[in-house]
Design a protein around this ligand. Structure first.
Ligand code: ZN
Length: 90
């Protein structure tokens, strides 16, 4: 029983850590999008950033989660998961 409680506490901490990471990434993307949306930028660029902000870019990570790709890794470096931030920032 004690092991089970410790496991659930560990799981809860892990989930909080993941939530914080997602919030941090969302905030970074929102700051980028707000900066671009105020300027005179092409609508295509604004749309691309809007897709990135809403985690809707068809990255390998998203495609793999939906069963459309065999791997979630970046096709360029093949080292990291192909997330929105990896595509735009890394
Ligand atoms: Zn890469």
């Amino acid at each position: 029983m004690r092991t089970l409680i410790i496991f659930f506490l560990f799981l809860t901490l892990q989930m909080d850590s993941i939530k914080l990471k997602i919030q941090e990434e969302f905030t970074q993307l929102q700051m980028i999008f707000n900066g671009f949306s105020k300027g005179q930028f092409n609508e295509k660029v604004k749309f691309l950033l809007w897709l990135a902000l809403h985690q809707a870019l068809p990255t390998n990570s998203l495609r793999h989660a939906r069963g459309l790709a065999t791997s979630a890794l970046c096709p360029i470096c093949n080292l990291h998961e192909d997330t929105v931030l990896h595509c735009l920032r890394d």
